[in-house]
Write a protein that binds this ligand. Sequence first.
Ligand code: F0G
Length: 404
Amino acid sequence: MIQKCRVCGKEYDVDAIIYNCECGGLLEIKYDFESIKEKVSKESLRERELGVWRYLDYLPVKDPAKIVSLHEGGTPLYKCENLAKKLGMKELYVKNEGANPTGSFKDRGMTVGVTRANELGVEVVGCASTGNTSASLAAYSARAGKKCIVLLPGGKVALGKLAQAMFYGAKVIQINGNFDEALVMVKNLALENKLYLLNSVNPFRLEGQKTIGFEICDQLDFEVPDMVILPVGNAGNISAIWKGFKEFKETEMIDRLPKMTGIQAEGAQPIVKAIKEGLDEIVPDENPETIATAIRIGNPVNAAKALDAIKSSGGLAESVNDEEIIEAQKLLAQTEGIFVEPASASSIAGLIKLINMGLIDKDQKIVCITTGNGLKDPDAAIKASKMPTEIECDMEVLRKAIEE
Ligand code: F0G
């Protein structure tokens, strides 16, 4: 097990605290797949409970006694027949990451990231966040007895997430700036050794998130979906899940790979633009804006990995506007009973848009990932809802009200 630069190939010891290669490239954790293949089989995996730690053999942990867990992963993969019928599709699934302990997929990354912090013996962890990362890190650091510092874009974090970060006891600092600026600042603190950084530039965190790919295969009895669609912000998750699928193929758990399709909000879509314009690099968006505050990111740090995932898998990239996001959020709730936050609904909005554009084959097996729970952003949900009817405590009035 080593850390390896994706650009120049330089290798670093797993215990080196480093976030980028000397050349500036992003790092990745590499394993000896032959030894994993010898150790695991589909059957042996299933002896452990479904969740991140079912896949321990694929994770960068030396000492399992140091694992910090809140039972993350093992989220439902819902077969969505009502929504599929509405969209004229054959087989649609939703992998609902909102069912994680703090309500988002970030918990998969943090269980591994904070375990790493534990193994390294660091006392202070930190991150910049549009909300979910901070809620998750605050929870896992509380469980591990570590100090946690989070930087948030002031006024742009959904209420539920802010409540979580504060309540779990993190030191919460709001900056008068956006997420991209917060990330630069907290990374500077990390380089000054003031904290161990757990944003998705940290390759260990992404190792936890790759288990979404493992679980999707596992839950479909090792039948690979044709396409996986998910929201993209800082672009760690799409990169991590792609890595997971590739590692499952490498170790002969699956025999093909899905197409990875990334959806961004219209007001924050540097990756979508780069794909559509055939560029090798993104052009950062200086003023990202969207109702889906979780993905209000203009300069995704994992852009290079995400561009590779989309291009080499043969996937698509599309943007959706705020109205499409809210419509999709409601549609998912009202056809399937799945309540997700706006950023998460962008995967469904993207699916609908791509179907309408004729770019998705309706006979394919498609998995949309919904990344965060709807309760995270009550303001957005209330704003998009019809307010309750108020009446006096009178049966006659009530009978009339239910007819309306
Ligand atoms: N969906 C939700 C609900 C998120 O919170 C995020 C990212 C994403 C999608 C995008 O994932 O960054 O890996 O491409 N939220 C981060 C945060 C940035 O700080 O909570 P990504």
